[in-house]
Design a protein around this ligand. Structure first.
Ligand SMILES: *[C@@H]1O[C@H](CO)[C@@H](O)[C@H](O)[C@H]1NC(C)=O
Length: 469
């Protein structure tokens, strides 16, 4: 019985391990550690240093990755970090490329300084007293871009401050928990930090058609074990395009209040926001002016994390051909056809012409003379091309379709008009014979009709004469 229960326990452990191993696909990522150059009081913008860093991600403090903890030769062991991410936001497949993959997720780590915000919709978060001891730690902000460029995550993580002792080149850092104590031959303690706030988006580069509703995804997770997570949050959506910026939406989650903004038709699902941290922004009707960068910022007291995503409104053109229908054309005549592409965005557009013969074969007729573009009140563009079709130079047969082709990122559009050509080229002998035949028959027919008419006409005249008599 004891044996059985031992076996049972062992197999249970084995199964748990297996399940755990299978589900824990948290990656090890190579990132850049970027920080301002030390000792630069003058504040030269852009004076930063970049160092390669390695980040081990894990779901909980117990799980240990099987990978060797030794840093690669080109990475300073001091810049090897372990991030504990209980929400497993960073353990998604987009951050874990198959072995040997050329494409790698992108990431950058920066030192972060917690500080209260004076923004109107954030200030209330830091009004209540909070334990400043918790803030006295080493903080990092990190941003990650997934493989397909669709997923982006930003995190704020905290490494409890331990004793930092400098011993020549060596650098000691006491980890927070005993289980995390690992000793590496280079005499380094690994830096363990836990993700306190993560903000992510699945629509890092979004596209939408004109007039459609658009949802820009943004979600956040705050570590429930952090004292900062219980004091509420704030969410802010900002728009940025070529130096022009505006506040789209700002929401104070503590007082459940929206800031006044000028943006119309921009909403969030506040229930989903409070229940699941879903801070997605919905624009009810996509307009050209919505194209640009959107920044979703989530605030916790003293902390903020943000993801920047791009929205592009892509609308293919509507085409129209003038004149339509095309006039009946005689061989040798030059026909002028215009094609107007309107309501498209963004630029550029490629316009060209094709001729599709009665045999179904298409051949290019060039671009025609393409006009400059004009912008309409709604931001969409209009552009046209004029084709001078010299019917004597081209063998167009008896006609076919004149096609205007517009190639646009939103799709290729075509419009066509039927062309009928009357040929004056010499008729064949059979045609001539037939014509002569037809002419003869016609002549005979006319002759017959006129003879019948005249004879019947004289008859009536005679009758009348008789009556008068
Ligand atoms: C968040 O809400 C939006 C609608 O507001 C929805 O489209 C999206 O799927 C939600 N995301 C998640 C992860 O539930």
């Amino acid at each position: 019985m004891t044996n059985f229960s031992t076996i049972y326990k062992l197999s249970l452990v084995a199964v748990t391990c297996l399940v755990h191993a299978c589900s824990s696909s948290c990656p090890v990522m190579e990132c850049w550690f970027v920080q301002e150059k030390a000792g630069r009081g003058g504040g030269l913008a852009g004076a930063t240093t970049q160092e390669k860093t390695l980040i081990h991600i894990r779901k909980d403090t117990q799980s240990q990755s099987a990978e060797s903890r030794r840093a690669p030769a080109d990475i300073n062991p001091e810049r090897v970090y372990t991030f504990t991410d209980p929400a497993a936001t960073l353990c998604q497949p987009a951050f874990n490329p198959p072995r040997g993959s050329v494409e790698k997720p992108q990431c950058e780590v920066n030192p972060f300084v917690p500080q209260p915000s004076s923004l109107k919709w954030v200030a209330s978060l830091t009004e209540s007293a909070l334990s400043p001891i918790y803030l006295e730690a080493e903080w990092f902000s990190a941003s990650f871009h997934g493989l397909n460029q669709r997923l982006g995550v930003s995190t704020i993580s905290r490494a409890p401050t331990g004793s930092k002792e400098h011993d020549g080149a060596a650098h000691f850092r006491a980890p927070s928990l005993n289980v995390e104590r690992r000793f590496v031959s280079e005499l380094f303690w690994w830096s363990f930090s836990s993700v306190v706030l993560s903000v992510s988006s699945r629509t890092m580069s979004a596209q939408a058609r004109l007039g459609e509703p658009v949802t820009l995804d943004c979600g956040f997770r705050a570590d429930p074990s952090s004292p900062l997570s219980s004091s509420g949050f704030a969410v802010e959506w900002r728009y940025q395009f070529r130096g022009d910026g505006r506040l789209v939406l700002a929401y104070d989650g503590t007082s459940d209040r929206l800031a006044d903004t000028l943006e119309e038709g921009a909403t969030m699902d506040f229930e989903a926001l409070h229940q699941r941290g879903n801070a997605s922004l919905t624009l009810q009707e996509a307009k050209v002016r919505h194209s640009g960068m959107y920044i979703c910022t989530v605030y916790l007291p003293y902390l903020l994390a943000q993801v920047v995503m791009e929205l592009e409104i892509v609308e293919p053109p509507s085409l129209s051909i003038h004149p339509s229908p095309l006039p009946l054309t005689v061989t040798g005549q030059t026909l002028s056809v215009q094609c107007e592409a309107s309501g498209f965005s963004p630029l550029p557009l490629e316009l060209s012409w094709e001729f599709k013969g009665s045999d179904g074969k298409s051949r290019p007729l060039g671009t025609g003379s393409v006009s400059g573009h004009r912008q309409a009140w709604d931001g969409t563009f209009t552009q046209s091309t004029r084709l001078q079709l010299d019917t004597s130079k081209l063998d167009l047969g008896t006609g076919g379709e004149v096609v205007c082709v517009a190639v646009h990122p939103g799709g290729t559009r075509r419009a066509s008009a039927t062309l009928n050509v009357i040929g004056f080229s010499g008729p064949s002998i059979e045609d001539s014979m037939a014509m002569v035949g037809v002419a003869l028959v016609l002549y005979g027919f006319i002759k017959f009709i006129s003879w019948t008419f005249t004879s019947s006409g004289s008859n009536t005249a005679e009758n009348q004469e008789k009556k008068e008599k």
